[in-house]
Structure formats: structure tokens, C-alpha cells
Design a protein around this ligand. Structure first.
Ligand code: G3I
Length: 355
């Protein structure tokens, strides 16, 4: 459409006036409140970056052919975690034979989207290859196997990942060591060894211990606090504690989360919420979704309140690809986007907390 000169002047003046009113806080419509920029809503990543944090999502290789899914994955987040592709069963399916194709695919996609990668995980009792679980090991046999696995994988991703979950889920609920093949064969020192070996292989990667049910202060998070303190005192390269935060509405919100994050910060450790989801007993109702939104909001606020809480990762972003229904019968709807990739109240609550 052509405009006359006086009309163009009027339009320019109107535009300038609108800018001044928004800047002065006089105009506070939904667009202005949501932090819209040139008509485009800021992403979770952009909102988090304004606080010096990241906002991430897990993903998995089979999902990457789903174009509407990868579009949101690429747009909204600035940190990606492979949900399975970097685990031992995937990366060393036969002893000494390494396969990084799954992790590489995700790292490549993340690079294309200018996203960083939280790598997961080097030492875990679950999803181990058969060759490792189907026999017994002496300490002298297992030590070099563990060292080789860690160093080959960390070296492969050297300079390409921001952080590693070096040891995953090392403790029981009561704070005793989990009796994994690593603990039983090598003793508790396997954790310090794993951290040292990983650090040798990539001195710039942030090294984490990661676990679930450690969001609140309690026996399990106390065990991490004590271990972290000891490791720091010994000069072991530990940089952060990952709180998975797989929450469930029926078990209550971890109200001491912020205090817990703070005590790790006082040990000069980073923290991160690494696998966030909030499941519920199905069917999902409006009420449950509202409560879920409150929990996402509160978790986000808790992280923002503690300087060393560096970021939040949801354990995939959509109910379409959540692990929950497969593991907890009758439960689900745990993520901020629904199965049709539509944002849920939780998504808006996160935005509000980051706002
Ligand atoms: O690869 C096989 C495939 O060949 C087969 O057809 C299919 C049939 O079920 O199974 C596939 O393996 C599944 C694997 O994910 C890859 O998709 C396993 O059955 C399934 O058990 C496995 O679940 C993963 C789970 O870890 C295992 O404990 C989830 O995707 C993954 O999201 C989940 O992630 C863990 C974190 O690593 C650690 N914290 C807890 C979190 C949730 O369990």
C-alpha cells in the first residue's frame, strides 16, 4: 500500500510515541509484559540469559526426525542434553569398541543451533553394556576399564561440551553409597578417580555429580554435601552438583530447594537443575496443571535466587517424548509442552519467573 508524505510522517510519529510509552511503562499490554521485541516473543533461553543462566532441554536421537519438535528444540533452548546417546551402553557397546555416532548427531545439531551441551553420563549403574554387567570384575581389572571409558569419551567431546555428569546416582535414599559394580569393586574412591580422569581428558569441562531426590535438604543431599566438601578439601576437580528434579505432585514440593542450592554455593560449587519434570497422576486436570505451573515457577525462582545455580534443563520439553508414562504407570503430563507441542500453564509460569 502506498502512503502519502503527511501520512508517513503521522505513522512515524505514532511509532515514536508508542516506543516512548512502552519504555516509560505507560503501555503495558500483554505484548509489552511478555518482553516482546519487534513483535517476536523472547525465548526461554533469551529470558534466562538476561539472568546469566541457561535454559535447556534433553533430547534423544529418534525424535530428531520430528520437524515441528526440532524447531522448538532449536528455538527455545540454549543448552541440550542427550537423554541416552552418551551413556555407556551406547558409546562402548563392545569392550574397547567405541561408537559416538548418537552423541555426535546431537552435538552437531546443538552447534547448528548455537546451543551448548551438558553431557550425560560417564559412570552410572544403569544402561551399562552387557559385556560389563554379565561378568564379575576384580578391582585391578575394572579400574583400567573405567579409566579408558571415561577418558576416551571425554577426549572425544573435548572442547565440544560445557559440562559432564561424571558420576550419576551414586547414593541411596538414606545417604549410603549405592552398591553399584563400581562401588562394590573399587570402593568409594571411584568417584574421585572418575573426576580426576575426566579432568585430565578435558580440563575445561565442568564436572558434576548428578542425582535425583536431592532437591531438598535431607539424608541423600546431605551425603552429597559431605562428599563434595571432602572432595573439594582434597583438591579433586569437582565443579558442580546436578539436581535432577524429577518431581511428582503427589509427593510434595521440595521447599528447602533454595537453602540446599545455597549450601552447595558456599562450598564454591555450581549447581544446576538437570532433568526437571513434574509428573502427576493422570488424567491431568486444570487444577493439577495449575499446581504444576506453580512448581515450575518456584523451581525457576529458586535457581535465579542463588547466584551459582547456573541453569535449568527439562528432561525433554514435551509430553510427547517424556520417559514418565513408560516408567510410572498412570502418570505423566510432566513437561511444559503437551503432546501436541502446545505450551502448557507451566511454560507460561517459567516465562513469568524468568520475566
Ligand atoms: O534402544 C531401545 C530400542 O532398541 C527398543 O526398541 C526400545 C523398546 O522399549 O527400547 C530402547 O531402549 C530404551 C532407551 O531408553 C532408549 O530409548 C529403554 O527401553 C528405556 O528404558 C530407556 O529409558 C531411558 C532411561 O533413562 C533409562 O533409565 C530414558 O529414555 C531416559 O530419559 C532416562 O534418563 C534418566 C537419566 O539418564 C538419569 N536420571 C533419570 C532419568 C529418567 O529415568
Amino acid at each position: 500500500m502506498r502512503t502519502t508524505a503527511p501520512a508517513r510522517t503521522r505513522l512515524r510519529l505514532a511509532g515514536a510515541l508508542a516506543t516512548v510509552l512502552v519504555a516509560a511503562g505507560v503501555v503495558t499490554g500483554p505484548a509489552a509484559q511478555a518482553g516482546e521485541q519487534h513483535g517476536k516473543q523472547r525465548t526461554l533461553a533469551e529470558l534466562a540469559q538476561r539472568h546469566g543462566r541457561y535454559f535447556g532441554s534433553a533430547t534423544d536421537n529418534p525424535e530428531l526426525t520430528d520437524t515441528p519438535y526440532t524447531k522448538i528444540l532449536g528455538d527455545e533452548f540454549d543448552m541440550i542434553t542427550p537423554g541416552n546417546g552418551m551413556k555407556w551402553y551406547a558409546t562402548e557397546p563392545q569392550q574397547g569398541v567405541f561408537d559416538f555416532s548418537k552423541g555426535d548427531e546431537i552435538v552437531k545439531l546443538a552447534r547448528k543451533n548455537h546451543q551448548r551441551v551438558r553431557a550425560h553420563t560417564l559412570v552410572w549403574h544403569s544402561q551399562l553394556p552387557d559385556w560389563l554387567t554379565s561378568r564379575t570384575w576384580t578391582a585391578d581389572e575394572l579400574r583400567p576399564v573405567l579409566k579408558k571409558h571415561i577418558q576416551t569419551e571425554v577426549r572425544h567431546y573435548r572442547g565440544k561440551v560445557y559440562a559432564w555428569d561424571v558420576v550419576n546416582e551414586a547414593f541411596n535414599e538414606d545417604g549410603t553409597y549405592r552398591e553399584t559394580v563400581f562401588y562394590k569393586t573399587l570402593g568409594p574412591g571411584y568417584i574421585a578417580d572418575a573426576l580426576r580422569w575426566a579432568h585430565q581428558a578435558d580440563p575445561h569441562a565442568k564436572l558434576y555429580l548428578n542425582d535425583y531426590n536431592i532437591e531438598a535438604v535431607g539424608p541423600k543431599s546431605d551425603a552429597y554435601y559431605a562428599l563434595a566438601k571432602e572432595l573439594k578439601a582434597q583438591g579433586v576437580p569437582l565443579h558442580g552438583i546436578g539436581l535432577q528434579a524429577h518431581l511428582a505432585l503427589q509427593y510434595g514440593y521440595p521447599t528447602t530447594l533454595e537453602d540446599n542450592l545455597r549450601r552447595f554455593a558456599r562450598l564454591r560449587l555450581d549447581t544446576a537443575l538437570t532433568e526437571v519434570d513434574v509428573r502427576m497422576l493422570l488424567p491431568a486436570t486444570e487444577e493439577k496443571l495449575a499446581q504444576q505451573a506453580d512448581w515450575y515457577r518456584d523451581m525457576t525462582k529458586a535457581c535465579l535466587a542463588v547466584r551459582r545455580c547456573v541453569g535449568i534443563t527439562v528432561w525433554d520439553y514435551t509430553d510427547k517424548y517424556s520417559w514418565i508414562p513408560d516408567f510410572f504407570e498412570g502418570q505423566g503430563a510432566a513437561l511444559p509442552w503437551d503432546e501436541q507441542l502446545r505450551p502448557k500453564p507451566a511454560y507460561h509460569a517459567i516465562r513469568e519467573a524468568l520475566g
